[in-house]
Design a binder for this molecule. Structure first.
Ligand code: GDP
Length: 433
């Protein structure tokens, strides 16, 4: 999908706009997954167009003495990752030196930039806003992100400018995104996997950015590898701040079918690994965790089990993610890693016939009906899998609003027990027939 980034110096109101954009949508997502971990990334839609929003202010929001270098990073992140950029300024403070600096960077960009003047909530301020023409970015939009005025016009313009994404790919080969924090071993894994370029079959070059999707044939499998590690190494923005490294995974994750999350065995499963994990989960992608550098770990008979248990605790309730212990250095279990990713891809792709599904699930529901709510009995009459790329099931009931989270989880777990959804987020809806 498309990505829209919000840039600008601190305290101009980036996060207020961000929250306004994703709020309505996030509430729905929360009800399904039960978790929101990253407040700087979310999905929204406008007039039926869905897109992701990144608040590139990220972790530096609120710090007044922000360095110019930090702003440069934000803008570079936005330029690299986004399809459109909202550059936010504040009518109260007028044009500042830092605004000029950002404008200078953005004037050189080919992507659509929306200069947005915030806090315009009266006629005087609307008149004051003209000074922002001086930034040389052309016309601007005025909004008041606290009450939402002006956001409709801004969103209309953004949606109109977003490039139509070719969601349909030429092949139906698995798309694997190799993700993980810096130094986890992403590049080493890819090198171990593909050796040299001789394994490359085709190179699908994007028109506006570096190729991120390359077709390979290894170990008897055909797959597309989405490798952003290489591109990042060349970038000015070293992913030193966690925020930048997580946000840099967004495009790769969105573009993939299965995320291969590489973690460093010598460091455990840290906050940054977890954020990337939940980003993949939130996008309903298949997930495989590779515990890399296993050659460096001193092992006894319990080590693997303990390490696995630790990851299971951190990824609960999504507990059936395949975990493979590898060494990119010695190439240990590299084949197993790809084989597992292919399995997860197949699990995610499966479509269950409606008759079979009803036969098994309605029987289970008959034996374990949802608890009555305030004396009202909930009857589930019918279920089906939706034709989405990720497994989604809808159960039709007389009173769907009274089906609570534990029962949804129970149904999800039953689906997981009966069908093989190892490594795949499964979504369960209850709807009125
Ligand atoms: P990236 O930033 O995720 O792409 O990580 P790199 O692939 O650049 O690896 C970071 C460092 O870890 C490098 O010094 C690698 O040589 C080292 N490394 C990567 N994988 C392994 C491994 O399996 N075992 C050992 N011992 N070192 C590794």
């Amino acid at each position: 999908g498309n990505i829209v980034a919000i840039v600008g110096r601190p305290n101009v109101g980036k996060s207020t706009l961000f929250n306004r954009l994703i709020q309505r949508r996030e509430a729905i997502v929360d009800a399904v997954s039960g978790v929101t971990r990253d407040r700087h990334y979310g999905k929204t839609d406008w007039n039926g167009r869905e897109f992701s929003v990144i608040d590139t202010g990220g972790y530096v929001v609120g710090s007044d003495d922000i360095f110019e270098a930090e702003i440069d990073k934000q803008v570079e992140l936005a330029i690299d990752e986004a399809d459109a950029i909202i550059f936010m300024v504040d009518v109260e403070s007028g044009v500042t030196g830092m605004d000029e600096e950002v404008a200078h960077l953005l004037r050189q960009v080919k992507k659509p930039v929306f200069l947005t003047v915030n806090k315009v909530d009266n006629a005087k301020r609307a008149a004051d806003a003209v000074e922002f023409y001086a930034l040389g970015l052309g016309d601007y939009y005025t909004i008041a992100s606290t009450n939402g005025s002006g956001t409709g016009e801004l969103l209309d313009a953004i949606v109109a400018a977003l490039p139509e994404k070719e969601e349909k790919v030429e092949d139906d080969l698995p798309r694997f995104a190799v993700v993980g924090r810096p130094n986890a071993g992403k590049s080493s894994f890819i090198n171990a996997l593909i050796g040299e370029d001789r394994y490359i079959v085709t190179d699908i070059a994007g028109t506006t950015r570096d190729a991120i999707d390359t077709k390979y044939n290894r170990f008897g499998f055909d797959f597309n590898l989405i490798d952003t590690a290489g591109i990042r190494k060349k970038s000015k923005v070293k992913d030193d701040l966690e925020f930048y490294s997580v946000m840099r995974s967004v495009r790769a994750i969105e573009y993939s079918d299965v995320c291969i999350l590489i973690i460093d065995a010598t460091r455990g499963f840290e906050g940054q690994d977890q954020n990337i994990f939940w980003l993949a989960e939130k996008n309903k992608k298949g997930i495989v965790i590779l515990v890399n550098k296993w050659d460096l770990v001193e092992k006894d008979t319990h080590t693997t089990k303990e390490f696995e248990a630790m990851i299971r605790r951190e990824t609960a309730p999504f507990t059936d993610v395949p975990i493979v212990f590898i060494s990119a250095l010695t190439k240990q279990r590299i084949f197993k890693a790809i084989e597992t990713a292919v399995e997860v891809f197949e699990n995610r792709k499966q479509k269950i016939a409606t008759s079979k599904l009803n036969e098994t699930m309605l029987e289970i529901i008959k034996l374990n009906p949802p608890p009555a709510y305030k004396g009202k009995y909930i009857k589930i009459k019918y279920c089906m899998q939706l034709p989405s790329p990720t497994p989604q099931f809808v159960f039709f009931a007389n009173l769907p609003q009274y089906v609570k989270e534990p029962y949804k989880r129970f149904i999800e777990n039953k689906l997981r027990e009966i069908y093989n959804f190892k490594g795949v987020p499964v979504v369960v809806y209850f709807r009125k027939k």
